[in-house]
Ligand binder design. Structure first.
Ligand SMILES: [Ca+2]
Length: 288
């Protein structure tokens, strides 16, 4: 079944260049309102249900559970560029729910996403999750290739990333406490055991790009060089490390790139994607 929602410009609103599309989770109910069937379990491709955006800048197809996540769509400069949001569902054996809030953002606002950013975060701290991330049941989506941007707040010169707490939501009452973190599992067979970090050219299939990233908070075990890609099963800017680390980047603007290819099995199994908390670092601090 295909449900298409054309997104129209509001009458009498000029200079709209970006649509913000939020996948809303209702506060008063514990119902996740972007819950469509997830990817197939071998190569993590969205072959059953799909959420497709057409007409704007290229947006990767997503599926699965994405409550409280969002995307930005570049609407272009013309007055008539149609943007269509499409939910494709396949089969009737899955309880689906979704609720999508679309906001139109004028060109000249400070909360307008920078060009080319599929995701955009403001504020000195926040949480970034890959699509369909869930530490227990999620699967990293294949065929992703997009930029995540964080607005540089005034007087902040760097940004530090760390994985979300082991129980994911920082909820001490959570019943899903786990012995190891799935908050950063991008490549390798991470289903049965923890896989070490991989960096730079070792990341050839799926990776998160953090420009000139290095560990922070403790002395490096190797030369304090910086790297641009992290993958594997542990979040660390040093290659082949089994300890999760906080990672800092001072490259401006603050941007991440998430790339996945179309293949998982047999080498990559059980990867959940990533959940990172970020904190911007003030210019007054010695950052490295
Ligand atoms: Ca892959």
């Amino acid at each position: 079944m295909v449900r298409m929602v054309p997104v129209s410009r509001l009458q009498n609103v000029r200079n709209v260049v970006v649509y913000q599309v939020e996948f809303v989770q209702m506060v008063t109910e514990s119902v996740a309102l972007f819950n469509i069937r997830g990817p197939e379990k071998t190569n993590h491709q969205c072959i059953y249900d799909q959420f497709i955006v057409s007409g704007g800048n290229p947006v990767p197809t997503i599926c699965g559970s994405n409550a409280d996540n969002h995307i930005y769509i570049d609407a272009g400069l013309g007055q008539t560029n149609p943007v269509t949001l499409t939910f494709v569902t396949s089969g009737n054996s899955f309880a689906r729910s979704w609720k999508v809030r679309v906001s139109q953002i004028r060109c000249n606002t400070i909360y307008r996403a920078e060009e080319g950013c599929l995701q955009y975060f403001t504020g000195i701290s926040g949480q970034i999750k890959s699509f369909n991330y869930d530490p227990v049941t999620g699967l990293q989506l294949s065929n992703q290739d997009y930029s995540i941007c964080i607005r540089m707040e005034r007087n902040f010169c760097g940004i530090q990333y760390m994985t979300c707490p082991v129980d994911d939501k920082g909820d001490s009452t959570s019943m899903t406490q786990m012995t190891r973190s799935h908050a950063f599992t991008l490549t390798g067979n991470t289903q049965a055991m923890q896989i070490a970090s991989m960096t730079g050219a070792a990341c050839q299939t799926d990776w998160l790009t953090i420009p000139c990233a290095s560990n922070t908070g403790r002395l490096p075990t190797t030369m304090n060089t910086c790297i641009d890609r992290i993958c594997g099963g542990t979040f660390n800017a040093e290659n082949q490390n089994l300890n999760t680390s906080s990672v800092i980047s001072t490259v401006k603007p603050f941007r991440l790139i998430f790339h996945t290819d179309s293949i998982e099995a047999p080498n990559d199994v059980g990867n959940r994607g990533f959940c990172l908390n970020y904190i911007q670092q003030p210019c007054t601090t010695k950052l490295r």
